[in-house]
Design a protein around this ligand. Structure first.
Ligand SMILES: [Zn+2]
Length: 106
């Protein structure tokens, strides 16, 4: 939608430059192409500012979870009670990822 409006304005400006100011068509097309590319790049940069990456929750706002993990090598079990995600990465023990035993429903 917006892209159509921009292209329409560029075409109108191009026609005006060729007709009213007697510029060559090739020069006008090259200039408007460069103009369009710069506009798209600027819009992309502005768009990246509009959608910032959400920051991780502060330490006081960790999600409460009750998940039990077991080490497959030595059998150690741990219970995770707070995490920054509802499905957190498993902790490591004996240099291996621990396996989920069971989420404890409240
Ligand atoms: Zn272990």
């Amino acid at each position: 939608m917006t892209r159509r409006i921009v292209l329409g304005v560029l075409v109108l400006v191009g026609v005006a430059l060729v007709v009213a100011f007697d510029q060559s068509v090739v020069r006008v097309v090259v200039a408007l192409g460069a103009c369009y590319l710069l506009l798209r790049m600027g819009m992309a940069v502005l768009g990246s500012f509009a959608r910032p990456v959400p920051p991780p929750p502060p330490a006081g706002e960790l999600r409460k979870v009750r998940i039990q993990f077991r080490c497959t090598i030595c059998g150690t079990e741990v219970r995770m009670v707070a995490a920054n995600d509802e499905v957190p990465e498993p902790p490591r023990h004996c240099l291996e990822d621990m396996v989920l035993v069971a989420p404890i429903m409240e």
